[in-house]
Design a protein around this ligand. Structure first.
Ligand code: OGA
Ligand code: CA
Ligand code: FE2
Length: 512
């Protein structure tokens, strides 16, 4: 490569284009007609004497042509750029059934990130700017108050807004939830797991290989722990695992790792039977809370409707998107309650479908997730002790799943290790925090899951804790989202009801 470039420069230096052109002209200009060459030698000489002049003529003409070509290209570029900017400014995100409502919010944040371009036909989801940790932006979300929004982290893009809700609003939401009644957020599913294992029909070797995430031929404690949490929502600690290994004599060499041989000796449901015998307490689940859902559409309490409008203004998203998202989830943690670190939504694979758009299109796939683009979390009371929301890897330089459980320290464990995470938000009545669970796809729509959005609720040390979640669901497949909104809006027109009603959502949290 270096040789090539040296050659290139040498050639350019030796043969500038105008000299080469002059050289090409020389046989004609100098010798003219070959037959007359000898006879008209004097003329030839004369002609040859003119060569330098002709050379310079040819040179300046080609030079002129090159300059003109560059000039035209430049002008065309400028025109293209102007047209591009014009079309970009002209097109707003449009959604079927959208009432496009966030005029007059008067806030200081921009709907289009600086330096972020979009193609003329591209649909665009506004994404707020964090700028830097600690940056404060003033927002006017309600008529008689200016809110301040502080950037808490950039990875994930996370903000807090104190007093987003008034004292009265917190009280009403809490009472409405109590009136409706709350249910256990997680029920134990120890039964039925054997059927699943049978259905899968995998050999012990195949299961071992699937569990052996780093493919080193041994099962590390974190490989077993991560699997158990996804499978049945039981939160095993490294100590629990040692206890189980000892109880089942599963690790005779006592090195804390399971070889294929040791794994084979463990019958497939030994784990389950052990847990069933020992019993599982609520504190040993991924999530230890109770919750309910509150509808926020027309006819609901005006405070719930106001809240949704405020969320629309805050996020600057099209109102149709917010209106078609999940209802408000109100969560109650008693003393000792917790929610171990998790993602509110799941990763997106090519086959992944979103719960909200799947319900409308009737399609199914083994990969389904809730597609919660944004989480807005409200604290409805101030907690006496503990109960912070933790973001263990916020603004970490890197994200590595394996380093989350290391040397007996499990950063995902919010009963034990909240103090070791990177960021904790104190639950204070009326405060809202909100963050993006997905990155941008670079073209203004939803991209990949943001791994840094991992978060959880620390154990409530004293008192109780009430929070509410407003999730905004967006399908990363723009066409599917548009189609869903089109369908809902048609259904709405057919029924002639005042507003489209959202599809029913299940509580589809993705737990680790
Ligand atoms: C949730 C959640 C955090 C908290 O409900 O999904 O992450 O602090 N809650 O309660
Ligand atoms: Ca391994
Ligand atoms: Fe969550």
């Amino acid at each position: 490569m270096p040789q090539l470039s040296v050659q290139f420069f040498q050639k350019t230096d030796e043969d500038p284009p105008c000299i080469r052109e002059a050289d090409l002209k020389r046989p004609e200009d100098c010798s003219g007609n070959a037959r007359d060459r000898d006879m008209e030698s004097q003329e030839s000489v004369n002609k040859c004497e003119r060569v330098p002049l002709q050379k310079s003529n040819v040179c300046s003409r080609s030079y002129f042509i090159v300059v003109m070509v560059f000039f035209h290209v430049y002008i065309i570029n400028v025109i293209a750029l102007l047209l591009y900017v014009h079309y970009n400014n002209g097109s707003e995100a449009e959604f079927p059934g959208s009432s496009q409502g966030f005029t007059g919010s008067g806030d200081t944040h921009r709907s289009v990130p600086k330096g972020h371009t979009r193609a003329p036909t591209q649909h665009f989801l506004p994404r707020l700017e964090g700028l830097r940790v600690g940056h404060v932006q003033k927002l006017s979300l309600v008529s008689d108050k200016v809110h301040e929004m502080r950037t808490l982290s950039l990875k994930p893009l996370l903000f807090e807004i104190p007093d987003f809700l008034s004292e009265e609003e917190c009280r009403v939401v809490l009472q409405l939830a109590q009136l409706k009644g709350l249910m256990e957020s997680q029920v134990m599913v120890l039964e039925g797991q054997d059927d699943l294992t049978e259905q899968l029909n995998l050999s012990p070797e195949e299961i071992f290989s699937l569990l052996d995430l780093n493919q080193d031929g041994q099962l590390q404690p974190q490989e077993i722990l991560t699997h158990s949490r996804v499978r049945d929502g039981i939160w095993l600690t490294p100590e629990n695992l040692r206890e189980i290994y000892a109880g089942l004599n599963a690790d005779p060499d006592g090195n804390g790792l399971l070889s294929l041989e040791e794994f084979r000796h463990l019958s497939s449901d030994a784990f389950q039977r052990f847990l069933q015998q020992r019993g599982v307490k609520r504190s040993q689940l991924v999530r230890n809370s109770r919750h309910t859902w509150l509808y926020q559409g027309p006819g609901s309490h005006h405070i719930l409707q106001d809240l949704r409008k405020r969320v629309t203004r805050l996020t600057k998203l099209p109102s149709a998107l917010v209106e078609l998202s999940e209802p408000l989830q109100v969560v109650h943690y008693e003393q000792g309650g917790h929610y171990h670190a998790h993602y509110d939504s799941g990763p997106i694979y090519p086959e992944t479908v979103c719960t909200h758009t799947r319900l409308a299109s009737n399609s199914s796939s083994p990969f389904e997730t809730s597609c919660r683009y944004i989480t807005v979390l409200f604290y409805l009371n101030s907690v006496e002790g503990g109960g912070e929301t933790t973001f263990p890897v916020a603004d970490n330089r890197t994200y590595e799943e394996v380093s989350l459980i290391q040397n007996n320290v499990d950063l995902l464990d919010t009963r034990k290790n909240c103090d070791k995470g990177n960021l904790r938000v104190k639950p204070t009545r009326g405060k809202a925090v909100f963050w993006y669970n997905y990155l941008s796809d670079g073209r203004g729509w939803v991209g990949e899951l943001d791994e840094y959005s991992l978060h959880g609720g620390c154990v409530v040390a004293s008192g109780t804790k009430w929070v509410a979640n407003n999730w905004i669901n967006v399908d990363p497949d723009y066409q599917r989202q548009a189609h869903y909104q089109e369908m809902v809006s048609q259904k709405h027109q057919a029924e002639d009801s005042p507003e489209p009603r959202p599809m029913q959502h299940s509580d589809a949290h993705i737990d680790l």
